[in-house]
Design a protein around this ligand. Structure first.
Ligand SMILES: [Fe+2]
Ligand SMILES: [Fe+2]
Length: 306
């Protein structure tokens, strides 16, 4: 599958209305999913830099030239994602960014998990510790697999079967919807590379009975990190939200069900049924959904679509 570097329209940061007086967080009709999506924006930005750091210290272990080329494009996409989320996250968490030796943008509410969970892997990877590199690449491959499936849910429930018209009508912040759509389509596009890198370096499959139990059936730390960021956002925006709201919002329930359905033993995003779905959503986004969304944003903000 070709990995493309898409451009986010330059007006998106402006049309998100990143101003305390006019910001509207309801990018989707369900308010709980809207807040969860904002929380997810922080988790995503964090993990992009983590991936890049691990890539820098592990890519020399990749012998397959074609995989290495894909890895470079995968990282290019990820760094563009981090950049695309920066304005929104900086607005929501002004003065909350901590620069560390290993990660350039750790938000204060993620600092605990960074120090305890992620930083030891980064320190180990920098020293060339193969155990820590393996652990980190596994983390990335799990994230990419699960994100691929949650992205299916995102596009299936909000865009496909003409749902896009209703989603657009009910969204009060189309630019956040656009940002997430752009990001998730590229996640769908490159997710297989993370699994191939893990297998290339370790000779092991990511998805086994044990990893499925720990990362699909149980609630993994990544989910809690998104929840934690969502609580921060709710507080910043004076909205009330609790754990049950996040666990029971439509997106969480649909995502969990889809992950249980699709991620089975030896799951790989290139298996025929998954690859077909990936290709389908990417084509729909590039040809139909993305231009339509861009046009609608321009209409709402009286901009000329370029
Ligand atoms: Fe990403
Ligand atoms: Fe990714």
């Amino acid at each position: 599958m070709e990995i493309k570097l898409r451009t986010v329209p330059s007006f998106i940061n402006q049309t998100m209305n990143l101003d305390r007086g006019s910001f509207n967080p309801l990018w989707v009709h369900d308010p709980k999913t809207s807040i969860l999506g904002l929380g997810y924006s922080f988790y995503l930005e964090y993990i992009e830099f983590f991936c890049k750091f691990i890539s820098k210290h592990s890519k020399k272990l990749i012998n397959n030239r074609f995989l290495l080329e894909k890895e470079c494009l995968f990282m290019d996409q990820e760094m563009r994602h981090a950049k695309a989320h920066c304005a929104l996250n900086s607005f929501l968490a002004e003065n909350q960014v901590i620069h560390t030796d290993f990660h350039p943008r750790v938000y204060s509410f993620m600092y605990g998990v960074h120090k305890i969970y992620y930083e030891p892997m980064m320190i180990g990877a920098k020293k060339g510790n193969i155990g820590q590199i393996k652990k980190a690449l596994f983390e990335v491959a799990v994230f990419e697999s699960k994100n691929c499936i949650s992205s299916f849910v995102f596009f299936e429930s909000l865009f496909d079967n003409n749902n896009i018209n209703n989603t657009i009508k009910l969204s009060q912040n189309l630019s956040i919807l656009y940002l997430l759509g752009y990001h998730f389509i590229e996640e769908i596009e490159h997710c297989d590379v993370a699994l191939d890198i893990y297998t290339e370096i370790t000779n092991e499959n990511v998805w086994t009975e044990k990893s499925i139990e720990n990362y699909v059936y149980q609630t993994p730390h990544a989910t809690l990190e998104s929840y934690n960021a969502a609580f921060y956002c709710a507080n910043f925006l004076n909205r009330s939200i609790n754990l049950k709201d996040l666990e029971r919002c439509p997106f969480s329930i649909l995502t969990k069900n889809a992950q249980v359905e699709f991620i089975t033993d030896n799951f790989h995003p290139n298996q025929a049924s998954i690859k077909d779905k990936r290709e389908y959503y990417i084509q729909k986004w590039d040809v139909y959904w993305e231009p339509l969304l861009k046009e609608e944003i321009c209409k709402r903000h009286n901009l000329v679509n370029i």
